[in-house]
Design a binder for this molecule. Structure first.
Ligand SMILES: Cc1cc2nc3c(=O)[nH]c(=O)nc-3n(C[C@H](O)[C@H](O)[C@H](O)COP(=O)(O)O)c2cc1C
Length: 330
């Protein structure tokens, strides 16, 4: 049974990865309904938070029904990170996660995200200060290292554990790899096999079939799988993995009715959360994924993504449900 601090997250939990512009409250709630055991917000800038940038503070919203939920923050300045911890605490999350893995230039160039992999002492001291600053469990998400020649993740994970980090999620790529090549879970297993490690070690990167999740559990011996891209437009992935674990069999893909239902719920929750205008606008990017595989879908997709009026989008969902009833997804 894995535990993050005192939070019981079950046997081999499936975690929804933090994903910018994807892991918002409606999407997290859908994933939770479909079996995600822990969900994370997208990364939130500590500098943005302390400036009270509206866009950053809105990202702190959480629904009760998604718990346990972690809020992820990034930054490299001690003061800003500590102040952010205080701001984040007011949203009452279950976990605060530190992003030490984002590879994008604008983050890395400020020494944040994966940039901190060049300064492990700072990574450890920042973590320690944050742990001491709150009673909430602090977790870390990171990569294997800065580049192939600087992979010291076994030592890094142990040092993070020693300063009080309560779980670590490791993406099996270096910063230099960005998202290229295959994720290498070998070094993550080395972290787990370190006899001094006792906090959960979650694997991340390329888990896109139930078989891959099983491999991470059975062959690599990790404590849970963090899932990102496979869940985008496909929150059913969590349920499919769990079903496979229990039965060794694959669930059939969701029907058109289930897909329309999810799209409808996503839009309803988005409107509840941020009002009709933004709700309609920001949910658009998800529809292609929900209906992936349906031939000649463009006409319907256009109806969903061009109107500012929620009623038109709901009408397009009804039309799709009727038109493609019985469609067999591969
Ligand atoms: C669209 C997108 C946005 C992401 N945003 C974040 C983020 O905000 N914080 C973070 O730690 N990782 C972020 N990531 C990385 C993922 O959390 C994850 O580590 C990566 O996608 C590998 O896992 P996967 O193969 O299951 O997708 C993002 C990835 C994608 C595809």
């Amino acid at each position: 049974m894995a535990k993050i601090g005192s939070i019981d997250v079950g046997e081999f939990p499936l975690l929804l990865a933090p994903m910018e512009d994807v892991s918002d409250p409606p999407f997290r709630a859908l994933c939770k309904e479909q079996g995600a055991d822990v969900v994370y917000t997208e990364f939130i800038s500590s500098e943005g938070l302390i400036r009270d940038a509206a866009k950053s503070t809105m990202k702190l919203d959480i629904y009760e029904k998604e718990r346990p939920v972690g809020i992820q923050i990034f930054g490299a300045n001690l003061d800003s990170m500590l102040k952010s911890v205080e701001i984040v605490e007011k949203s009452n999350p279950d976990i605060i996660d530190i992003n030490f893995g984002c590879p994008v230039k604008k983050v890395v160039s400020k020494g944040a995200g994966a940039g901190i992999l060049k300064d492990i002492d700072l990574m450890v001291s920042l973590s320690e200060a944050m742990v001491k600053h709150t009673d909430l469990p602090i977790t870390v998400k990171t990569r294997l290292g800065w580049d192939h020649d600087s992979i010291k993740i076994v030592e890094v994970a142990e040092r993070l554990q020693d300063v009080g980090i309560k779980a670590i999620s490791i993406h099996g790529r270096t910063r230099a790899q960005m998202y290229k090549g295959e994720a290498d879970w070998g070094p993550i297993a080395e972290v787990k096999n370190n006899p001094r490690m006792h906090i959960p070690v979650f694997g991340n990167g390329d888990v896109d079939t139930p078989e891959m999740a099983k491999k991470m559990r059975d062959e690599y011996g990790l404590d849970g799988a963090m899932i990102g891209r496979a869940s985008i437009g496909y929150p059913w992935f969590f349920k499919e993995v769990k079903h496979f674990f229990e039965t060794g069999e694959h669930l059939p893909p969701p029907s058109i009715e289930e897909r329309v239902k999810a799209a409808r719920r996503h839009l309803e929750m988005s409107i509840d959360w941020k009002g009709e205008k933004l709700g309609v606008f920001e949910t658009r990017r998800h529809y292609t994924n929900y209906f992936k595989g349906i031939p000649h879908f463009k006409e319907y997709r256009m109806k969903m993504v061009t109107s500012d009026d929620a009623a038109d989008v709901f009408a397009a969902f009804d039309e799709v449900e009727e038109k493609f009833s019985g469609y067999q997804f591969a």
